[in-house]
Design a protein around this ligand. Structure first.
Ligand SMILES: Cc1ncc(COP(=O)(O)O)c(C=O)c1O
Length: 357
């Protein structure tokens, strides 16, 4: 028999995004189902974004700008980097795949926190490289463990801050100590900051500001969370021009669609909405955290738009919330059995959730 598929696919389980909420609500006979299982933005997009998409809709017969020039220039200005220091992806997800294609090979090792956002490990495995898991210390990224695991074969270290699903951050001092200790010829360090806009710890570092000092750093960010564009798939990497050049060699020409580019640009031009999203998440995080604490629940203090809450019987509680019209994530599916991962919703949803709990 001809073996037509790559062996590296065998252990990979396709990423399960779940039944769409409308469909699930219909199946369960619920009038409404609020999804708090995907860390989406409860506020929704800026009205200026919606208007920009509507204006662009009649031009979808045209290919997008493969170089995302307008978006690139606006974002480069906002971040204080050169335009060639940005690579856009079909979500930050795609950047992980591009990195794997550009950098990882059989025999390479990539250190990945465990648990963590599943696509990290999948992209490494797809490249035929080896995932070296670094277990969290409780809910925190264990940088000492990661450092101990670095060998000559280490191609990259992946860091996630705020971490999904633990919602904790890596603070400035330990991060700098870790990066400094990697020396003059370090592996690539991916710093995934998808949830950065929801961090309010004064010790939360700005990954982009570290690029000058650590040229092997690749900062991943996204318009999915703070800008509420998850459905349009626009993420980006900020790195040195040399790194971006390598990533561009494996990127499909039109990987970021026309509506996504227009929407991301309009989102950048509406900083008030950006701030409103952040304020809402911070307020609801304080509200839900307080409500959970008074009910005796424990969880690591969150720096993201979700909470990882320890519960006595996660599957049963998830089911109970589902029957009440709120969909949350069973921690078992993200490496934290005995927990629920709950995205922050609007006040009304959060109150209802506390009511059920
Ligand atoms: C930690 C982390 N990184 C990256 C992403 C992917 O973001 P995008 O929607 O831009 O692909 C997510 C999405 O949930 C995430 O949780």
């Amino acid at each position: 028999m001809r073996n037509v598929w790559r062996d590296v696919l065998d252990p990979i389980i396709p990423y399960e995004t779940g039944t769409p909420p409308e469909r699930l609500a219909a199946q369960l006979g619920l009038p409404e189902l609020v999804r708090l299982s995907a860390n989406e933005n409860p506020l929704g997009p800026s009205p200026r974004v919606v208007a920009a998409i509507a204006r662009e809709a009649a031009r979808v017969h045209l290919y997008p700008d493969g170089g995302a020039h307008a978006l690139r220039e606006a974002l480069a200005r906002r971040l204080g980097v050169r335009p060639e220091q940005l690579v856009f992806g079909n979500g930050a997800d795609e950047l992980l795949g591009l990195l794997a294609l550009a950098a990882f090979e059989r025999g390479d090792e990539v250190i990945v926190p465990q648990p963590a956002f599943e696509p990290y490990a999948i992209s490494v495995m797809l490249a035929g490289a080896r995932v070296v898991p670094s277990p969290l210390a409780g809910y925190e990224t264990d940088l000492d463990d990661m450092r101990r695991k670095i060998t000559d074969r280490t191609k990259a270290v992946i860091l996630c801050s705020p971490h999904n699903p633990a919602a904790t951050i890596i603070r400035r001092t330990p991060l700098l100590r870790f990066l400094d200790a990697l020396g003059a010829d370090p592996p690539l360090v991916v710093l995934d900051e998808a949830y950065r806009d929801f961090a309010d710890d004064p010790e939360y570092p700005d990954g982009v500001a570290l690029l000058g000092r650590f040229p092997r750093l690749i900062v991943l960010r996204t318009f999915s969370k703070i800008a509420a564009l998850a459905g349009l798939r626009v993420g980006y990497a900020v790195a040195t021009a040399e790194t971006c050049d390598r990533l561009n060699r494996v990127r499909a020409p039109y990987n970021v669609n026309r509506l996504g580019q227009i929407a991301a640009l309009a989102a950048l031009e509406d900083p008030e909405h950006w701030d409103k999203s952040r304020r809402l998440v911070l307020e609801e995080r304080a509200f839900l955290s307080e409500g959970l604490r008074t009910r005796g629940y424990t969880f690591p203090p969150s720096q993201a738009n979700f909470l990882l809450v320890k519960v006595p019987d996660a599957p049963a509680l998830r089911e109970k919330l589902l029957r009440a019209g709120i969909l949350v994530r069973d921690g078992a599916s993200v490496g934290f059995p005995g927990h629920l991962r709950i995205s922050l919703g609007l006040r009304e949803t959060n109150e209802k959730l506390l009511g059920v709990l």
